[in-house]
Write a protein that binds this ligand. Structure first.
Ligand SMILES: [Zn+2]
Length: 485
């Protein structure tokens, strides 16, 4: 009896204890959830009418404003090396305080709006006008029947001083339309650690695109999504195969069997009929965990854009997820959204990343030499004397805003960097008797960047490379930085 009573008493006490602990757990969970909710910026993207020309964006800030706030819309693309006036397509900017009261909004200088002590800001983005006005197809969002593709930086602005807060994104599409975001290719809550990561993401609404999970050798480490929209017949299986081969080769080059620095990757390719004669297609844009490109419809044909070309195109841009997205010199982070920043190391970001893609894909030494010749040496042969006489630093500063606008500038910048990388690789391999290569030097520099969380200085490059390989490369660096003639 006693024993049973004691057990009963014990059981009741345990139940009480259990209930109390459940209650405390729920309380602390709700406090954490609430504080998370309150410390992140909530973005809502609303596309309500199929084929409608615009999207509506709503930004809700955590907490009340202590001072008047400013809305900023990007006028530059990270790694775009040109200005793009996305603020021109923004209209109906409205601001509200924490109580929901409407506030006065005035246009400021540059791509800015003064929105008072706003807790919420809303605006529309005219996607149809954006596509008409922005002539580089890769820099624009677009609407087609049953299909909307959106580049983060072309539609999302931010409230100044809130750009480092975590972001939660909600997307509303017309009924029955699937929604895809590179932030979570497999679905689920859309979160970004800050505005940069949100701006760096892409979204696809509707059934117009084919979105597939690519089967490739590293799919367990890094699930690869292919989002394909084509206005010409296209062999989807071929593009999947090339995307998988390209990403696997780049992961192998930078990380070997180690994990890649991103949890998933997306290749987003559009093959488009030109909007006008002035519009151009073909450039690619790299991101933290994706690559997107607006190609010409004719490029869907392998006779015009070969396997070798498309595989390299994807590998080159995937390599940028390491260089410069996670390892760069000054000017890349934090990014200046008001205008394209002057950067004097584009030769590294473009040249070394493209060299990495060549080294990763080349199957033989002869193949590597062919690629170096086609991609880099030909650009040197064809370069105008004025650009040859510029130092690589000055050429890079020029390329900061004119990289693609006059592609002779971009091409010579990356080619001089790429040949510098090739010469360093040759020396490291020769002097280490094949034990080391530039790959070891770059892996060390990327690890150093992750650890130090700061841009490297150019004069530090040979130091980092020597640490990794024991080989001196400073004279190669100095010679390639100097004018060619
Ligand atoms: Zn590039």
């Amino acid at each position: 009896m006693v024993r049973i009573t004691a057990l009963r008493y014990h059981g009741a006490a345990m139940r009480l204890l259990f209930l109390v602990s459940v209650f405390l757990c729920l309380l602390s969970f709700s406090l954490v959830a609430r504080s998370e909710k309150h410390s992140s910026v909530r973005y809502q993207l609303i596309y309500s009418a199929p084929e409608g020309p615009s999207v509506h964006v709503r930004i809700e800030l955590p907490g009340a404003a202590a001072a008047p706030r400013t809305l900023l819309i990007p006028r530059a693309v990270p790694m775009g090396y040109a200005d793009e006036p996305y603020d021109q397509f923004v209209g109906n900017v409205a601001a509200f305080d924490a109580a929901g009261k409407s506030l006065a909004v005035t246009r400021g200088d540059g791509p800015r709006w003064r929105v008072g002590p706003a807790a919420r800001v809303e605006y529309d983005v005219d996607l149809a006008r954006m596509e008409q006005m922005i002539l580089d197809g890769t820099d624009s969002s677009r609407v087609r029947p049953g299909y909307v593709s959106l580049l983060g930086y072309s539609v999302f602005g931010f409230i100044e001083d809130a750009e480092n807060l975590p972001v939660e994104l909600h997307i509303e599409a017309p009924k029955g339309w699937p929604v895809f975001s590179t932030l979570a290719p497999a679905g689920g809550t859309l979160r970004a650690p800050n505005f940069y990561a949100l701006a760096d993401s892409q979204m696809i609404l509707g059934t117009g695109a084919n979105i597939t999970s690519v089967h490739y050798p590293r799919e367990k480490d890094v699930p690869l999504a292919l989002a394909l929209y084509s206005e010409a017949p296209i062999d989807q299986a071929r593009v999947e195969r090339l995307a998988g081969e390209a990403l696997a080769a780049i992961i192998q080059y930078f990380d070997g069997a180690d994990p890649a620095p991103f949890p998933h990757y997306t290749v987003l390719l559009e093959f488009l009929k030109p909007l006008s004669e002035k519009h151009s297609y073909g450039f690619g844009m790299e991101h933290m965990e994706s690559f997107h490109a607006a190609m010409a419809a004719g490029d869907a044909d392998p006779a015009r854009f070969s396997d070798v070309g498309l595989r390299y195109h994807i590998a080159h841009h995937a390599a940028h997820a390491w260089i410069p997205k996670r390892c760069s010199s000054e000017g890349y982070f934090p990014f200046s959204w008001d205008h394209s920043p002057p950067i004097d190391t584009i030769w590294f970001s473009e040249g070394f990343a493209q060299y990495a893609a060549i080294a990763a894909l080349a199957t033989t030494e002869e193949h590597r030499q062919q690629m170096l010749d086609r991609r880099f040496r030909s650009a040197l042969r064809e370069s105008p004397p004025g650009m040859r006489r510029m130092s690589l630093r000055d050429l890079s500063l020029l390329a900061s805003t004119q990289y693609a606008a006059d592609f002779r500038i971009g091409r010579l910048t990356f080619s001089r960097g790429g040949l510098m990388a090739a010469e360093m690789d040759d020396r490291i391999r020769a002097q280490s008797h094949g034990q080391k290569s530039l790959r070891d030097a770059l892996r060390h520099l990327i690890a150093w960047s992750a650890q130090n969380q700061r841009p490297f200085r150019v004069d530090e490059l040979p130091v980092r490379f020597r640490e990794a390989t024991g080989v001196e490369t400073r004279d190669i660096l100095d010679r390639w930085l100097a004018p060619l003639d």
